[in-house]
Write a protein of this length. Structure first.
Length: 448
């Protein structure tokens, strides 16, 4: 149920009558003056040379995909478009697809993106998130925040590179979730959470702490987990100092357990480590849980942090029964209890505050919605929207497009644009009653 930017742009082009798409007859020229030849243009040029002068040509596939150039000259006898700008890249395909527009494509793309922003919450992307666990003090334990090669959100490492994957078999969770991939560049390296960057970890001091995580290593017994602490007098703890287990299998998901580890008091530093022992070894880590106390507050997942803080949390449920050990590792829990909650801003982030103090190791399910955004800035970027609701997006996008291009013009042109805008405003009003997405009902906070 996804639609690409190119598909939405085509629908907008059709709506405003600016939809001429064709394939070139020969490879796009790589000469200093770029040239596009398409015999099918003879069907549209009325036999007139220069008819397409000052039009915009955009290329939608091949090595030049995404490039837009203005037409400097058109020769009808050879169906040849001369383009402004430098040379194009050499294309192995002889049939690159192009679109010819009267208007700048960038204005259309802007209008589409802006329409999606403005139509929220009339239309939205649903959120159904089960990455939080009661008692888990770690933020981003499911590794959903986008990383760099040098770090994950809240996690850093030395002599290790980071990646995030959604490839089949390389995450341990519901479909479409993600895992953290670590690649060691030397022997015996690790990535870690550090209380210096997430101070709430210091609340674990003096407590019995359990650390659970799933791992899929590239070699037997290559990956493990570890707790590290440092007190004010310089005394350190490393739990365990070595990993004694010999049943961490290669290329399979293994549940790692570090249970009932008593941490020192008066801690200055707490670190939660994910280790990879062999140089060039890789390991996928997922669903990390560190529990040492009961919690009311949990950092919300990335979907509720981003989107310009416009994402909305409607309902929260707590898992009540399960069969795994701990029970939160059931992939699809069946039994849930609805909770009262509120969302609070703390430490520059949004946190879920639960009214009740729940038993630890229960999965938390978050139901809500957020603005619809493209998956990337590329033309192939997608939005989770299809069918008739696309017409509502186009109706708003056309209005925004005409407002954008209708500024520095004569009074006659302005009047024409205003008439077009009014027509598409009526179309939007016609579509809204049937195209509006009903949001999930909100949970009332009765106070405490």
């Amino acid at each position: 149920m996804a639609t690409t930017l190119l598909q939405l742009e085509k629908k907008l082009n059709e709506a405003i009558g600016d939809d001429l798409e064709f394939k070139v007859s020969t490879k796009l020229s790589t000469a200093s003056t770029a040239i596009a030849v398409a015999t099918t243009l003879a069907n549209h040029d009325d036999g007139s040379t220069d008819i397409f002068n000052d039009y915009w040509l955009s290329i939608t596939d091949g090595v030049n995909a995404g490039i837009q150039r203005k037409v400097s000259d058109y020769l009808t006898s050879a169906q040849t478009l001369k383009l402004r700008g430098g040379a194009l890249l050499g294309d192995t395909a002889t049939t690159a697809t192009c679109r010819l527009h009267r208007y700048n494509r960038n204005d259309k793309v802007w209008a589409i993106r802006r329409a999606l922003e403005e139509l929220y919450p009339t239309i939205y992307e649903p959120i159904d998130d089960m990455s939080l666990v009661t008692g888990n003090i770690l933020p981003n334990g499911h590794f959903h925040w986008n990383p760099t090669t040098a770090s994950f959100k809240w996690i850093t490492g030395t002599s290790v590179t980071f990646d995030q994957t959604t490839s089949t078999g390389n995450y341990r969770g519901p479909m479409g979730t993600r895992s953290m991939k670590l690649t060691a560049t030397t022997d015996s390296v690790y990535a870690e959470y550090d209380s210096n960057t997430y101070p709430r970890l210091l609340d674990l001091q003096g407590r019995s702490v359990s650390f659970y995580c799933w791992v899929k290593p590239s070699a037997v017994d290559e990956a493990w987990i570890q707790l590290y602490t440092l007190t004010a007098d310089g005394t350190s703890q490393t739990l365990p100092s070595t990993w004694g287990s010999t049943d961490v299998y290669a290329s399979y998901w293994n549940e790692l357990k570090l249970e009932s580890q008593t941490l020192s008091t008066d801690l200055q530093r707490v670190k939660i480590r994910f280790r990879v022992d062999q140089s060039s070894g890789t390991a996928y880590f997922d669903d990390a849980i560190v529990v040492g106390k009961h919690l009311h507050d949990y950092m919300l997942p990335v979907d509720f942090q981003s989107s310009g803080n416009r994402a909305h949390l409607s309902q929260v449920y707590i898992q009540t029964r399960g069969y795994s050990n701990p029970i939160c590792y059931d992939l699809q829990p069946i039994y849930w209890d609805r909770q009262e909650f509120r969302v609070e801003d703390m430490d520059g982030y949004k946190f879920l505050h639960l009214k009740d103090l729940n038993t630890n190791y229960r999965r938390i399910r978050l139901i809500g919605h957020k603005p619809i955004k493209f998956s990337s800035t590329a033309d192939a970027g997608t939005v989770k929207l299809e069918g008739e609701r696309l017409n509502l997006v186009i109706a708003r996008a056309v209005q925004l497009f005409y407002r954008r291009i209708g500024q520095p013009l004569s009074s006659d042109d302005v009047a024409r644009y205003k008439a077009n805008i009014a027509e598409w405003e009526r179309e939007e009003r016609r579509l809204k009653p049937t195209m509006t997405m009903l949001p999930p009902s909100d949970t009332l906070w009765t106070g405490r």
